[in-house]
Design a protein around this ligand. Structure first.
Ligand code: NI
Length: 355
């Protein structure tokens, strides 16, 4: 029986595969973000005489590869901080440590499913973090730096794509957007910006907007304030290298909030952009269902969440034309997420003057 561990670092993923005795079954391998589809195929068939691993283990600070692995039917497990040694401030614990954890203590790990997503089983930490963040959210809202949607009295919406850039799907999304001549915002992860700068340039050259979605798509409740800040700053540096600009908006992975993270945002940095319409495309309910979910819930001011990376996004791509056509039929104008929020800021200031 084999056990695999996947660690993330500044330039991609390290993978180790061990056998039941703890010996290496394959040489350590390194994969950059452009090769995650190949990594998935390799784990499904690691060698002529090797079976697929009995368990593939990731940290809770790595939310970028589980989607593709579970979609391929592979057995993926998440190791939470309390079963691991302390990780560095930027990066995860070594891949060998993760594989060893599966070999010696599989019951202490959480099995992930395509339907449950990367943070299944962490509901208490997720909702607790959001509850404790309320005062910080109010403060950021007063400063005009926290949004779920834009003004409801203007025919404007923002279409947003998270977890890219992706070597397979981002180009397909860009082609469809170009066909309709509509603008969107891409909340990219630093690991992929770092590896695929040409795709980020293509996004910008096509007139779209960028958002920061952290470096490795971590579960925020598991980060220290310093670790959170590094996730943001390293991603800003990658954007700056790729396109010479830094996004004005940030979206937390899974929409998680913590006082520690929001405290870092209070003193400056990007505005926080959540969403009010979730397409649920990541759960792959079928393209028709994705389009219907968006069209049933979207209206003036909506911030619509879809995905171009972090998993098998064929359904998101297939749903996109119907989403765009349905919104265009309602005479809604597609604007960048930061432009939608700038409208909300103006509106907020007007309301304030009237009081
Ligand atoms: Ni995400």
């Amino acid at each position: 029986m084999l056990y695999a561990g996947i660690a993330w670092s500044v330039d991609g993923y390290d993978v180790e595969v061990i056998d039941a005795d703890g010996n290496r079954a394959t040489a350590p391998t390194h994969w950059d973000a452009a090769r995650v589809p190949e990594l998935t195929a390799w784990l499904a068939a690691p060698g002529p005489a090797l079976e697929p691993p009995h368990a593939i283990v990731l940290e809770s600070t790595n939310g970028l590869v589980d989607g593709l692995l579970t979609a391929a039917g592979l057995p993926v497990y998440r190791a939470d901080p309390w079963v691991l040694p302390q990780r560095p401030d930027f990066g995860s614990v070594p891949a060998l440590t993760l594989a060893e954890r599966a070999r010696t203590g599989l019951a202490s790990l959480s099995a992930l499913t395509a339907e449950g997503g990367g943070q299944s089983g962490r509901d208490d930490d997720y909702h607790g973090g959001i509850r404790r963040s309320a005062p910080y959210e109010e403060e950021l809202t007063r400063a005009g730096r926290y949004f779920r949607h834009g003004p409801r009295d203007r025919p404007e919406i923002a279409l947003t794509f998270d977890d890219g850039p992706d070597p397979v799907y981002t180009g397909q999304v860009l082609d469809i957007l170009a066909r309709y001549g509509v603008r969107a915002t891409f909340f990219c992860v630093g690991l992929h910006v770092h590896t695929l700068p040409d795709l980020v340039r293509r996004i910008v050259d096509a007139g779209h907007s960028l958002g920061n979605h952290t470096w490795s798509h971590p579960f925020l409740p598991d980060l220290t304030p310093r670790q959170f800040r590094l996730q943001l700053e390293r991603t800003e540096e990658a954007f700056d290298r790729a396109v010479g600009r830094i996004p004005a908006v940030f979206r937390p992975p899974y929409g998680a909030r913590t006082p520690e993270a929001l405290g870092e945002l209070l003193t400056g940095g990007p505005a926080l952009a959540l969403w009010d319409v979730d397409s649920w495309d990541w759960a792959r309910p079928g393209p028709e269902r994705i389009a219907r979910t968006v069209l049933d819930h979207a209206g003036p001011g909506s911030l619509i969440l879809m995905h171009d990376g972090g998993g098998d996004r064929r359904q998101s791509v297939a749903a996109l034309p119907a989403v765009i056509e349905g919104l265009l039929e309602r005479d809604l104008r597609f604007v960048a997420a930061d432009a939608l929020m700038a409208g909300a800021r103006t509106e907020g200031a007007g309301t304030h003057r009237g009081e």
